[in-house]
Ligand binder design. Structure first.
Ligand code: FNR
Length: 366
């Protein structure tokens, strides 16, 4: 269907399912084991309800924000998703171009199909990009990647800590990663590809299973970029990092990991009680990802204390079906949804969206 018939982010998924090669659909859509966490990522948002305000002059509403001190046109960033060329010959560059046009921040994955430099070269002057790191067993490789990223102007280092081993994504494992596939993995991130077990396992054998809390000091010694841990990590604040993404990797890692939005409620309550912090907080920023498909999902996370949320699959699906224009459309849809829902909530800026504006009693911390 023509792009103007796309009304929401779910539409991109339905179309991608029809147009993507079977292997790409399996890799993009799959989640771990019985995919319960993947479903829960969506379901958890359905348990949170709004308490809107009225009569507040919402002629002008503004949902722009700052993420780690950098301007973003909305409280959403493009989360790192590997292997963009499975879906479209231009791979991650579709995201870079659309992000540039719409003032959105892109997180570049270690396992991108395009090389890191290609993705940075495609950015416009001043465009903000983050880097997602899978930590290599060979720390010399990791150090080089990190310092190269910093040297090229990347503004934040997101270390993925929920994937000492990649989860069993069985849809994907049933597809063999074939000889013609190496072109979808750039050499900058990975090496040692085992082709017998689906894309996810094939590309991930270099990841260090021994990574632990103590190693964070080393990361702080090799870079000045703010470090954010991607994956549910309660100890993160005490370890002195700049923030954490409450993420279960789109349900692709530990099945029965809880949803990021539920964990957010718990983390905010704990950090308030134990460390006296309030959120959103400039010094320690909380992000959430997994299952976000509507601006209302994002606004719930904002109300509960998140600085911004990450969106993964919808952007993959949008460029798989329509290239860069698809990503632009996805971003525009979110902008339209923000405008309308901010008005209906009675919020002129994100600062107006306070915890009292949601009823999260169905998920209050345990
Ligand atoms: C991912 N994700 C991911 N995360 C990461 O840290 N490094 C990676 O290489 C990847 N690769 C990847 C590939 C694909 C196909 C998907 C769907 C996801 C996880 C991603 O950053 C994010 O946490 C989730 O995608 C968020 O969930 P939604 O928005 O896809 O529901």
């Amino acid at each position: 269907p023509p792009l103007d018939e796309i009304l929401n982010l779910h539409d991109f998924e339905n179309i991608a399912k029809q147009v993507l090669p079977e292997k790409a659909w399996a890799y993009y859509s799959s989640a771990a084991d019985d995919e319960i966490t993947n479903r829960e990522n969506h379901a958890a948002y359905h348990r949170i309800w709004f308490r809107p305000r009225v009569l507040r002059d919402v002629t002008k509403v503004d949902w722009s924000t700052t993420i780690l001190g950098h301007k973003s046109s909305m409280p959403v960033y493009i989360s790192a998703t590997a292997l963009g060329k499975l879906g479209h010959p231009d791979g991650e560059l579709n995201l870079t171009r659309a992000a540039a046009k719409h003032g959105v921040i892109q997180m570049i994955p270690t396992l991108a199909s395009c090389s890191f430099d290609e993705i940075v070269d495609a950015a416009q002057p001043g465009q903000v990009q983050f880097f997602q790191l899978y930590v290599n067993k060979d720390r010399a490789i990791t150090k080089k990647l990190v310092q190269h990223a910093e040297g090229r102007g990347v503004k934040g280092l997101f270390i993925t800590v929920d994937a000492p081993q990649l989860g069993r994504r069985e849809k994907d494992m049933r597809m063999k990663f074939e000889a013609e596939d190496p072109s979808v993995v750039s050499k900058s991130g990975s090496q040692g590809v085992d082709r017998s077990q689906g894309a996810a396992r094939a590309i991930s054998s270099f990841i260090d299973t021994a990574l632990k809390w103590d190693d964070l000091e080393w990361f702080k010694s090799i870079t000045k970029m703010p470090i954010i841990l991607k994956g549910d990590a309660l100890q993160a604040y005490d370890s002195g990092v700049a923030g954490v993404v409450l993420s279960n990797h789109g349900g692709r890692q530990l099945d029965f990991a809880r949803s990021g939005i539920e964990i957010l409620v718990e983390v905010v309550a704990k950090l308030k009680e134990k460390r006296g912090l309030s959120f959103p907080n400039e010094k320690f920023q909380l992000f959430v990802d997994g299952g976000v498909r509507r601006a209302t999902d994002v606004l719930k996370a904002i109300a509960l204390g998140a600085t911004a949320v990450g969106v993964g699959r919808p952007f993959l699906y949008s460029f798989s079906a329509y290239g860069t224009e698809g990503v632009e459309k996805a971003i525009r849809i979110l902008h339209d949804e923000f405008e309308m829902n901010m008005r209906l909530l009675g919020a002129r800026t994100l600062k107006d969206i306070v915890p009292e504006m949601v009823d999260a009693s169905n998920i209050q911390s345990h």
